[in-house]
Structures are given as structure tokens and as C-alpha cells.
Design a protein around this ligand. Structure first.
Ligand code: GRF
Length: 188
């Protein structure tokens, strides 16, 4: 059995899709949710699905021993960032080479980097008069949104699109592609 940890701090809709996708799997399991924001929807989701969750604060997250020990105790094979806004410490990146992925709601390398998340990304895409946007699933390295891209999927940006309508298109792409991309990465 391969074990997935999801790091998230938002509503957790992507985490929910991933959990749903693997709930009857015999070889992949979502075993841990790591969250840095009390009251996040993803914590309720973890509770409802009977998945172990871990709340982290800056001290526990950036002091490498506690989080690495938890990941090791849970025998985690892949770390999935799904709306987790903190930089992953180098100690974790080095302990999980090629085993940490993130999803970004735009077509990297454009519209990424520190501070580019949520509605800000979609507003920037609209302001940039882009005809297309999409999602980028990529490996995580020491720099925000700069790791190697694994998969991108595209949607059109119409003139009538606003942040809300574009975010819905992007979310649909995320939910469709993210769970399956994880299986691809954990293939033997
Ligand atoms: C997604 O848009 C993802 O691209 C970004 O954070 C958001 C998480 O949304 N990294 P949710 O909490 O899964 O709904």
C-alpha cells in the first residue's frame, strides 16, 4: 500500500476529490492530512472520512523533526499540496525527492510565484487579456511554483469571464485531473 499525505489549508475540495477517488483503492491510501489553519474545511473533511490529521504551526512545521517523524510514522510515499500556502522546508524536500507535488490554478511559468494564489491568479490572467488559462501540476522545489511541470490542462478565457466564472472552470479541471495524476506518479 502506498500512502499519500495531503497538505492543505483551505476548503479542501481537491483533497475531497482525491480522498473520494482512492477510497476503495487496494494500493493507494490517503493516510494523513496536514493543515496549518484552524477551522479549515479540510479538517472537517479529514474527520468525516476518518483520516488522521495534523495541525501545524510555524514552529512545529519548520522545526524539521516533528513533521518528518510524522511522515515517517505514517509511511508516506507522496506529499500532495492542495491549497497549502507555506513554502515546504528544505528538510522535507530533501527527504522526499520527486515525491512532493503541487497544483497551481494557472499555466505556469506565468502567473505563479509568492503571493499568487486564489482569486489573485485569476484576476491577473484576466488583466493580462489571456485567451487561455488552466492548471499546472508540478514537482515542488525550494522556489514557489518553479518545480518541473508534470501535467497542464487548458481552458479558454472568454471576454465575459470574471474571477468567479474562471475559478469555476479551473476548479473543474483540477478536480478532473489531480486525483489521476497521483496514480501516475506512484506507479512502480
Ligand atoms: C486550488 O485552486 C489549487 O489550485 C490551489 O489552491 C486551491 C485549493 O482549493 N493550490 P481547495 O481548497 O482544494 O478547494
Amino acid at each position: 500500500m502506498k500512502n499519500i499525505a495531503i497538505f492543505a489549508s483551505g476548503t479542501g475540495t481537491n483533497a475531497g476529490k482525491i480522498i473520494e477517488y482512492y477510497k476503495d483503492s487496494t494500493d493507494l491510501s490517503v493516510s494523513l492530512i496536514v493543515c496549518n489553519k484552524a477551522g479549515s474545511g479540510v479538517l472537517t473533511l479529514a474527520h468525516d472520512c476518518g483520516i488522521h490529521s495534523l495541525m501545524v504551526d510555524r514552529v512545529s512545521f519548520f522545526s524539521k523533526d516533528s513533521i518528518l517523524k510524522e511522515l515517517s510514522d505514517q509511511k508516506i510515499d507522496l506529499i500532495v499540496l492542495a491549497g497549502f500556502l507555506w513554502m515546504v522546508p528544505e528538510s522535507i524536500i530533501h527527504a522526499y525527492p520527486g515525491k512532493i507535488i503541487n497544483i497551481h490554478p494557472a499555466l505556469l511559468p506565468k502567473y505563479g510565484g509568492k503571493g499568487m494564489y486564489g482569486p489573485k491568479v485569476h484576476q491577473a490572467v484576466i488583466d493580462g487579456k489571456e485567451k487561455q488559462s488552466g492548471i499546472s501540476i508540478h514537482f515542488v522545489n525550494e522556489h514557489y511554483d518553479e518545480g518541473q511541470i508534470i501535467l497542464q490542462a487548458v481552458c479558454t478565457v472568454e471576454e465575459r469571464d470574471d474571477v468567479f466564472s474562471l475559478s469555476k472552470k479551473i476548479q473543474a479541471l483540477e478536480h478532473r485531473h489531480f486525483p489521476a495524476a497521483i496514480r501516475f506518479l506512484l506507479q512502480p
